[in-house]
Ligand binder design. Structure first.
Ligand code: NDP
Length: 288
């Protein structure tokens, strides 16, 4: 079985690479953005022709949430045209596509965890382009899994956890938003779930049709303030922490106030157990 992974140098791409040793039955092909530019259909076709993947995990994306507000065309090109190109070549090669999407497709006005059938209503350019990327895939190729996730962190790349650790060692006090609620996701847990979907007998049974949208994050919920506090505690960093409202930390792109994802569908379909966010954060911290 050949699994091709796009965006190999990104956070999730590296997280997948960190667990491939556990999967000797899979031949992984990792392509970074210079080897496989998802905005270039000819490039995509050539790579698929060369490796003939059974599955493609598309981790490649434009992920600069705030910068997207000032360069929407670039975000559209990567998150919509890029996603469509990948779906197109998957269709031409009968490759099952696993694509990653985001909680930012929701407006955050809900009071209960978002299910896969809740109506998206993104507030910013990044969320809009990720939603349009999902739609482009759905309109192009039926054999897809779209995994929506949230607040991804890991020992790889740049992320909130690393920023807090850095700020914690530079500053005496830290103000963090305490009125946005969501769930952190350890990229390595997400990577493992993607592999479990690929290897699942349900996915590989031609009679069952489990394709579609799934939510995945760790279990539980917290604010960015709670997340930051736990990061500092686990890293034995002591400083004054202050919880502040969103209005006191303005950003170019609006964030959803509430983006907890309901994971019932992924757990019942694939029998996937999900770790609590604090447990996974502890695991990740031990690797730093
Ligand atoms: P990263 O920004 O760490 O990685 C994205 C990767 O995509 C980079 O390596 C980048 O390469 C690559 N890329 C950008 N443009 C192209 C292109 N045209 N062709 C090929 N590759 C390209 O993101 P994450 O790994 O954190 O995110 C993975 C997925 O998860 C994304 O779909 C993201 O939208 C989604 N997600 C992420 C969340 C988070 O908190 N990080 C939350 C929710 C969802 P290069 O650097 O060389 O440009």
């Amino acid at each position: 079985m050949v699994v091709l992974v796009t965006g190999a140098k990104g956070q999730l791409g590296q997280a997948i690479q960190s667990i491939v040793g556990n999967q000797p039955s899979i031949d992984f092909v990792f392509c970074n953005s210079s080897e496989l530019d998802i905005t270039n259909l000819v490039n995509c076709e050539a790579i698929f022709k060369q490796y003939k993947p059974n599955f493609c995990i598309n981790t490649a994306a434009y992920t600069a949430v705030d910068k997207a507000e000032i360069e929407p065309e670039k975000a559209k090109l990567i998150n919509i045209i890029g996603a469509k190109n990948i779906a197109e070549v998957c269709k031409n090669n009968n490759t099952i596509l696993l694509h990653i999407s985001t909680d930012f497709i929701f407006d955050g006005n809900s009071k209960k965890p978002y299910t896969e059938t809740d109506i998206p209503n993104p507030s910013g350019v990044y969320g809009k382009t990720k939603l349009d990327g999902e739609i482009a895939i759905q309109n192009t190729w039926g054999k897809h899994f779209i995994i929506r996730t949230s607040w991804v962190y890991s020992q790889f790349g740049n992320n909130f956890m690393k920023t807090i650790i850095r700020l914690g060692s530079e500053k005496d006090s830290l103000s963090v938003v305490n009125d946005q609620i969501g769930t952190p996701t350890y990229a390595v847990d997400l990577a493992e779930v993607l592999i479990q979907i690929i290897l699942s007998p349900i996915t590989n049974n031609t009679l069952s049709n489990t394709f579609g949208i799934y939510n995945f994050s760790n279990e539980g919920k917290c604010s960015w303030f709670d997340f930051a506090s736990e990061i500092l505690t686990l890293n034995n960093i002591k400083l004054n922490m202050k919880g502040i409202p969103t209005e006191d930390y303005p950003t170019p792109a609006k964030r959803p106030k509430y983006s907890v994802l309901d994971k019932t569908k992924i757990t019942t379909t694939f029998g996937i157990p999900i770790k609590k966010w604090k447990e996974s954060l502890k695991e990740c911290t031990q690797l730093l």
